[in-house]
Design a protein around this ligand. Sequence first.
Ligand code: C2E
Ligand code: MG
Ligand code: MG
Ligand code: MG
Length: 293
Amino acid sequence: HAKRTGKGRYEVFRPEMQEAFEKTVNLATELRRALERDEFVVYYQPICTLADGKLVGLEALVRWRHPTRGMVTPMEFIPAAEDTEMIIPIGHRVLRQACRSAFEWNQQRTPAGLPELTVHVNVSTRQLRGDVAKSVADVLRETGLAASRLVLEITESHQALDLTQVCHQLQRLKDLGVGLAIDDFGTGFSSLLALRQFPIDTIKMDKSFVDDLDEHSDRSDLARAIVQLGRTVRRDVIAEGIESDRQRRALLDCGCRLGQGYLFGKPLDHVATTALVSETRFTAGLHRHAGAH
Ligand code: C2E
Ligand code: MG
Ligand code: MG
Ligand code: MG
């Protein structure tokens, strides 16, 4: 086979191209099989108030429980899932599982006098090429979860995006009443432009800015500036990847109210999350002093 490449030049179909093509096909097959065998599992990480470590929400994070390779992280298969379009059915599965669980957890919490939780689900811009608003509306109807209890974290896919299409889909999601967050704020497209163009209500400050808060460096000013920016444009700010109490206090000092990170808790499986959400006295990540609180 030969392919026309313009200006009368022809490119021969090389064996490398065949190999790359076969690799993609194999991955697509593997991901589809994993979906059929129900190998994708959802973990949940606590989102807490920085002041008192109270649980306010959970972020759903997918993992692939591979029969031979063990637990595969999203970084290892999400890009391939995007390339093969398998991200659409996988994303739908994660969304349905997360909404169903959040509905059940809130049903346990309300009678115990605990506030309802909000569940955060990651959506890559690649998924916005499909009719994600319809898929979200269907899942909310099916699971009974209120739209206001769902936040979609918009994450940049490694492929080029069509801004007009993204804006259109985000507006349709907004109209459903779900919350929209911009993930990894401060990196890539997740910047000021996104803040101006997309109808988002929450900023997730990228972990790299939180990391800067640990040393005495002038870079810690950036984390403070992002928190102030959020206040100015009236968006909630959730700090990602908080690992130390010092970072928690620094964020609190500059007016950040919410965060997540290993300090509060690592992502947990469904069983462990069920136990966590029904704890009436759960406060995470704080040095507890006898008699305090
Ligand atoms: P993200 O949405 O920014 O999620 C935060 C990531 O940081 C998670 O990694 C989480 O486990 C990790 N993390 C949280 N706190 C800490 C901390 O204190 N220290 C450190 N070192 N790491 C922390 P994870 O679960 O491996 O997910 C990686 C990325 O994969 C996510 O980044 C998100 O972009 C993507 N992803 C995960 N689940 C999904 C999904 O269902 N759909 C899509 N499209 N993307 C997903
Ligand atoms: Mg996220
Ligand atoms: Mg991300
Ligand atoms: Mg992030």
